[in-house]
Design a protein around this ligand. Structure first.
Ligand code: UDP
Length: 380
């Protein structure tokens, strides 16, 4: 007897499995085609003894006390505030662009004048998106805005998305706004930390329950068949609820065409050095084919004679060949998604949740919050 079939063991599927099992005593079948739980948050200890993020860096941060408290049931936290540097004009400077970045890249007299104008026009401590800053009437500010656009966003985004940022949803570049302060941290959220023993351990705690049956290495299509607006499980119409967190276009056999995603190829290297770079992550907007390098031991102050890094090479997602990471937010793609969403409405027992199923650029905390809300609104 299964009450819920949940496809995908990332945050969306795991949070819902946890709540339904522990709060409602529901029987869950959780399936994932990968050999592990945790989705793209999956981490593991590499052969050198360093905790690495197998699908690239995941830095936990949130302004939601609710999310923080919920996840704190499953992990202790290691205090950590993420810092990123960008390699710009031969120097390593704080990213997002802030007042310290300004003073590093411009002569002092100019930086002072620009700082005054930024503070006067927007206020100290404020965040201004690059697209917003470019709208300024002030010549000097426009010059800085265009500089930031070119040196930080233009080429990075060409690598990351194969597009200009103005072709993407403005929310994408708004993730890394110009920060009118001297705070060098990447995020300003009140809650920022790394799970003490990593994300995989957190997911294990979340999913260890007698009512949750986890089946890994299992494609949902092996167990679940769609015919008309009905799901079939074990040859019979499935009466329970299907929570699908995978690619919505795949669920519906690409009937409205495929939804584009971006993928990343991660290249891991271990170096025989205590430290590889200054910051945990260094962005290379203008050099190399990779976008950034992350040095994992810096997230946990790991002691080790060597250090493991990962270089990120963005690429097009190709079905069956690599992993979908990011929905590609153009207007056209969002319209196509809307067609799938409309089609999904006819399914009485289907819930779509997650980055892939909702075609949304959820951060970790966003998707936990979304799953908590779906639970409260629909299943409580
Ligand atoms: N971005 C950029 N240059 C940077 C950092 C970010 O152009 O140095 C843009 C780029 O389009 C990127 C987006 O801002 O995809 C969001 O960056 P974030 O670090 O939030 O990406 P994530 O960590 O989610 O991959």
């Amino acid at each position: 007897m299964v009450d819920f079939i949940i496809v995908g063991a990332g945050y969306a599927g795991s949070v819902l499995a946890n709540l339904l099992a522990t709060q409602q005593n529901k029987k869950i079948l959780l399936i994932d085609k990968r050999s592990h739980i945790g989705g793209n948050c999956f981490d593991s200890i590499d052969e050198h003894g360093i905790l690495i993020h197998n699908y690239g860096p995941h830095l936990f941060h949130t302004d939601s006390k609710k999310v923080w408290e919920y996840l704190s049931q499953f992990t202790q936290w290691h205090n950590y505030h993420h810092k990123v540097e960008g390699f710009i004009d031969g120097q390593f400077v704080p990213i997002p662009f802030n007042l310290n970045t300004l003073y590093k890249l411009f002569p002092t007299f100019m930086a002072e004048s620009i700082e005054k104008k930024l503070v006067k026009n927007y206020g100290y401590g404020k965040k201004v998106t690059i697209l917003e800053l470019q709208k300024t009437d002030d010549e000097e500010l426009k010059f800085v805005a265009d500089f930031i656009y070119e040196k930080i966003f233009l080429h990075y985004s060409a690598k990351q998305w194969g597009k200009k940022i103005e072709e993407l949803d403005p929310a994408v570049s708004a993730r890394v706004p110009v920060l009118i302060s001297k705070d060098d941290r990447y995020f300003q959220d009140p809650f920022q930390a790394m799970p003490s023993e990593g994300y995989t351990k957190l997911f294990e705690k979340m999913l260890t329950h007698k009512n949750i049956d986890i089946r890994l290495n299992t494609d949902f299509k092996e167990l679940l068949h769609v015919s008309g607006e009905t799901f079939f499980f074990g040859g019979k119409p499935f009466e329970g609820e299907v929570i699908f967190t995978g690619m919505i276009d795949e669920l519906f056999d690409f009937r409205f065409g495929s939804l584009p995603y971006r993928s990343i190829e991660l290249v891991f290297e271990n170096h025989k050095a205590e430290s590889f770079q200054n910051a945990t992550t260094t962005n290379y907007p203008n050099d190399y084919d990779y976008t950034r390098i992350t040095e994992f031991k810096k997230m946990y102050d790991t002691r080790n004679d060597t250090t493991t890094i990962a270089k990120e090479y963005p690429q097009e997602f190709v079905y069956g060949e690599n992993t979908p990471y990011y929905p590609l937010f153009t207007e056209e793609n969002q319209k196509r998604y809307a067609e799938y969403q409309e089609y999904a409405k006819d399914f009485k027992n289907l819930t779509l949740v997650g980055r892939l199923a909702e075609y949304k650029y959820y951060d970790m905390d966003d998707i936990v919050l979304r799953a908590l809300e779906v639970y409260e609104e629909k299943f409580k």
